[in-house]
Design a protein around this ligand. Structure first.
Ligand SMILES: [Zn+2]
Ligand SMILES: [Zn+2]
Ligand SMILES: [Zn+2]
Length: 323
């Protein structure tokens, strides 16, 4: 009898696609969590007493979530609610020395991807979509496209910029809900020195061959060369996605993006996680890392945060451990 009360499969799909009023508007969510407080040239923050800084932040805004020092010497303050953030932006002095506060340029926004497989958005322009999605915290929309046989083909994948540190799990396109995936960029490798983390324009290193790792040539020649990686010394090209240094970088960027933290913080977490993995089960870990390096699924790979959730990650990724 109870079964008759169950909605049919098609009704379930219909219900899922019905306009969902319970999805909160993200307009209220778009206040800056991360605020930068700068001193002046004559009186940089480093010259101001940390006790005075603490007292003044407390007076102006209240108890903030976290205060850290940036490479530039300015303070990065993380606020846990809108009123703290709004108040902190009004700070102008600390112990009579002028300071200025402004939202952090990149930490207060993030990018997410939607795959519009049902083509809800049809031929709407990115401007039209951006306008409609503005109330859900979207500030920019880019549609992916590819060039094929000289023609530009528009894909149904869109890159959205949100004015929040992390993207929402889903948004609504009018009446339809759609999942938002976090954009995790691939590591940048310099085409000059072959190291990770910077591009050729910022390179201060010397030209190394991406094939044999020798100095003085680029590796763009057509003849075959013996392979040696600049980054790990193993016998593969420096461009190899199997390179353990590339995979390490990829993991750091993943942690950085998912937790919305700085690169040095993410690097520290990644190294602690790797240490844990190795020190807990040395033989097990080394076997796993070796077998990972032979998988051809780097783009879908998730590295474990610790040894205990390794199996869980592998199951999610449909990867198998080779013993
Ligand atoms: Zn370089
Ligand atoms: Zn070479
Ligand atoms: Zn390598």
């Amino acid at each position: 009898m109870a079964q008759h009360n169950q909605p049919s499969k098609s009704a379930l799909i219909h219900k899922k696609r019905k306009c969902d009023d319970s999805v909160p508007c993200r307009e209220d969510d778009s206040w800056p969590r991360f605020i930068v407080i700068k001193g002046t040239e004559e009186k940089p923050i480093s010259k101001i007493s940390p006790f005075a800084i603490h007292k003044q932040i407390q007076n102006v805004a209240g108890t903030v979530k976290k205060v850290s020092k940036m490479k530039s010497g300015s303070l990065l303050v993380e606020c846990s609610n809108k009123s703290l953030s709004t108040n902190l932006l009004t700070i102008t002095t600390i112990t009579n020395f002028p300071v200025s506060a402004s939202p952090h340029n990149s930490l207060n926004s993030c990018k997410g991807i939607i795959r519009d497989r049902s083509q809800y958005l049809g031929d709407l322009t990115v401007e039209e979509i951006g306008e409609e999605l503005s109330s859900q915290g979207v500030t920019d929309v880019v549609r992916f496209q590819i060039k094929k046989n000289g023609n530009i083909i528009k894909l149904n994948t869109y890159l959205l910029t949100f004015r929040t540190p992390t993207p929402p799990p889903s948004i609504t396109l009018g009446c339809f809900g759609i999942r938002v995936d976090m954009l995790i960029p691939n590591p940048i490798r310099c085409f000059t020195c072959q190291k990770f983390g910077h591009g050729s324009k910022q390179c201060r290193g010397t030209q190394r061959c991406f094939k044999c790792s020798d100095e003085g040539h680029e590796g763009t020649n057509s003849y075959s060369e013996s392979s040696k990686c600049v980054n790990c010394g193993e016998s593969h090209f420096s461009s190899s996605r199997d390179c353990p240094v590339y995979l390490k970088e990829k993991n750091i960027i993943k942690i950085k993006t998912e937790r919305n933290i700085s690169y040095p913080e993410a690097k520290q977490i990644a190294s602690v996680s790797n240490d844990l993995l190795v020190s807990n089960r040395p033989s097990y870990a080394s076997k796993v890392v070796r077998s990972f390096s032979h998988e051809n699924t780097q783009t879908r790979m998730t590295w474990p945060i610790d040894a205990d959730n390794l199996q869980c990650c592998l199951l999610k990724q449909n990867l198998t451990i080779k013993y």
